[in-house]
Ligand binder design. Structure first.
Ligand SMILES: [Mg+2]
Length: 285
């Protein structure tokens, strides 16, 4: 623990009544292929304590299984049932809400496997403009003009519009990188359709992780690098929040009060103090 630097602002009591933690992944526990320094130790500390936690990520470039492999590959020892990624959640959501519909799925090829595994009928490029559902998430080389144009035509024809998230950017090995949010906004402007977001900041996505932990939101802490997707919805749900500076650029005046702090890194807090008050036999509310 000696390698962890404590943030001078929040004292140990900030974590003392925290019974569970929701971590964003990209920008918090890792950036691209590198773990954030100290993040693996944070996870190890929580694994050794009675403080429950989940990872709640808008990652839409990987299936849950391959994301889990990547995280373990950089030393983040996370159990599979603690990981909730938006691509897999969206695949399940589409399969449940739009069964047997032909879907144009504009996400990374690895994430498409999550949709196929969920039983979603994924249309090929030849039939894309006749899709009944358009799903968009992530961004990359597969966001070609012809595919966006097919999505445009499908939406004009009345297809349902589903977004894994509306993130504007994320950090890759080459730097801050344009995400799918602006493309979704463009298609909304062009067609009048409005995308339904399944990942963060959608409350049902948070609720899955909250239910997994089994504590009221007032006893939970959200750690994220995105004010809109992580911090604002967590605050609205009544959670404590910690905004980290290791990911996306953060606003000049982020939310700040006795339940919301900004810290340099996930490793800035002394996680060995987490849940101390909760674990006490006669903790006073
Ligand atoms: Mg993030």
């Amino acid at each position: 623990m000696s390698s962890l630097t404590r943030e001078p602002g929040p004292d140990a009591t900030f974590l003392a009544d925290v019974a569970g933690v929701l971590f964003d992944v990209d920008g918090v526990l890792r950036n691209a292929s590198q773990a954030v320094p100290g993040a693996a130790e944070v996870i190890r500390t929580l694994n050794d304590r009675s403080v429950d936690y989940c990872l709640l990520t808008n990652n839409s470039t990987h299936s849950r299984a391959s994301l889990l492999r990547e995280l373990r590959g950089i030393g983040l020892e996370v159990d599979e049932d603690r990981l909730f990624n938006a691509a897999t959640a969206t695949a399940s959501w589409v399969a449940r809400n739009h069964p047997a519909k032909r879907c144009l799925v504009l996400v990374a090829p690895d994430a498409i496997t999550a949709f196929e595994a969920a039983g979603v009928e994924v249309v090929g490029d030849d039939d894309a403009e006749h899709a009944e559902v358009v799903v968009m998430g992530g961004a990359g080389d597969y966001f070609r003009y012809d595919r966006l144009n097919a999505a445009f035509r499908a939406l004009r024809n009345g297809a349902q519009f589903i977004a894994v998230h509306r993130n504007i950017a994320w950090v890759t090995d080459s730097g801050l990188t344009l995400d799918s949010g602006p493309f979704i906004a463009a298609l909304e402007q062009a067609t009048g359709a409005r995308a339904t977001v399944v990942g963060k900041p959608s409350v049902p996505f948070f609720q899955v992780a909250i239910d997994r932990i089994g504590q009221p939101p007032s006893r939970l802490l959200m750690v994220g690098d995105d004010v809109d997707a992580d911090i604002a919805p967590a605050r609205a749900l009544g959670m404590k929040t910690a905004l980290v500076r290791t990911g996306k650029p953060i606003p000049a005046d982020p939310p700040s009060d006795d339940r919301s702090i900004t810290i340099d890194s996930v490793a800035s807090l002394d996680w060995s103090t987490a849940g101390q008050q909760v674990a006490a036999p006669k903790a006073i509310e």
